[in-house]
Design a protein around this ligand. Structure first.
Ligand SMILES: [Zn+2]
Length: 337
């Protein structure tokens, strides 16, 4: 349960970084805490790749931990100045990708004079890592997928707001693309409330498929599907009920550096391909891991770096106990040949 709460607090605080007017760096003073130096250097290098010369020798730059907790924010940039403050109490709980995202966002304010940009494209995805206050309604739950193959686009957009849409914005795959004849079942289960399976045989392309009944909207339990290894994996987390988090829907995310990081959120679990969410297919094929719900394509992510070692599907109560009312009618793991 702690993990779930943290995921949500993370998502909530993500949006609250805000530029502020205040005391700036003295012109020419470069004072970056060594903790942040690699990210500043990466920012300079990514700018250079895109023909932007980032040079702090004239403007100076201060990046430091704030003395006090920043109210509701992970970081803050003093606009028009070159001074970034990062909340120390949160920094050390972030994964590498989130740390990079945070620094790039703040330097976007401070060095590139960018303001927040909150428009979206495609399947309700943010256009920019500069998204931020003010956010409305479910927007606070929508993560920025600064991860994997999507990172390049977000970095391009950071340095050039006019950049066109990335190829992946409208990319789609058909469930029927891979015929049944190409699939070979290696493990299966029926009528259970939980899947907890280890694998050694799925070293190449594979497909995982579960048919299940969504818990009723009154539930406080959370359904979670994870696949990968214990320490690094992807997850789908479904909130069928409203009470705990004020929103129902599902997240797709990545677990790395001991942290769950959301990549995608969608509210719709009640009508996907004409039915409530009752089937999830994870297909590793064609250089991606593709996620289908009710045989409709939803999202694709980079291949995981290590072979599939485990798959877990279960529903847990707020007390972190298994919810035996969760009904998995069928689970199959298949090799794709
Ligand atoms: Zn901001």
């Amino acid at each position: 349960m702690k993990k779930i709460l943290f995921l949500f607090s993370l998502l909530v605080i993500f949006q609250t970084c805000r530029p502020d007017n205040g005391i700036g760096s003295e012109a020419g003073v470069y004072d970056v805490d060594p903790v942040f130096e690699p990210y500043v250097q990466e920012f300079i290098a990514e700018g250079a790749k895109r023909g932007k010369t980032i040079d702090f020798s004239d403007s100076g730059l201060i990046v430091e931990f704030s003395d006090v907790q920043l109210a509701g924010a992970n970081g803050r940039c003093y606009l028009g100045q070159h001074h970034v403050e990062i909340d120390k109490s949160r920094w050390f709980s972030f994964s590498e990708d989130v740390r990079g995202f945070l620094l790039f966002h703040e330097l976007g304010h401070c060095e590139l004079d960018r303001l927040h940009r909150n428009d979206k494209f495609g399947n309700e995805a943010w256009k920019s890592i500069m998204r931020g206050d003010p956010l409305e309604g479910i927007e606070i739950w929508m993560p920025i997928p600064f991860f994997g193959f999507r990172k390049d686009y977000f970095t391009d957009e950071l340095f050039n707001e006019q950049i066109g849409l990335p190829d992946w914005a409208n990319q789609t795959f058909a469930y029927a693309e891979v015929p049944a004849s190409a699939k070979e079942v290696v493990k299966s289960a029926e009528n259970t409330d939980r899947i907890n399976q280890r694998f050694t045989e799925l070293t190449e392309d594979y497909e995982l498929e579960i048919d299940f009944s969504l818990l009723g909207a009154g539930t406080t339990s959370v359904i979670k599907l994870i696949w990968g290894t214990t320490t690094n994996h992807y997850y789908i987390q479904i909130f069928p009920g409203l009470p705990a988090y004020r929103v129902s829907g599902y997240f797709i995310g990545v677990h790395q550096d001991n942290q769950d990081n959301g990549l995608f959120f969608n509210q719709n679990i009640s009508n996907i391909n004409g039915a409530p969410l009752n089937k999830i297919t994870i297909r590793r094929e064609g250089g991606f891991e593709k996620i289908f719900m009710n045989e409709q394509f939803i999202y694709h992510i980079d291949l995981q770096k290590t072979p599939l070692a485990s798959v877990r599907v279960e529903a847990t109560t707020p007390q972190d106990a298994l919810d035996n009312a969760f009904d998995i009618q069928r689970f199959e793991a298949r090799k794709i040949n």
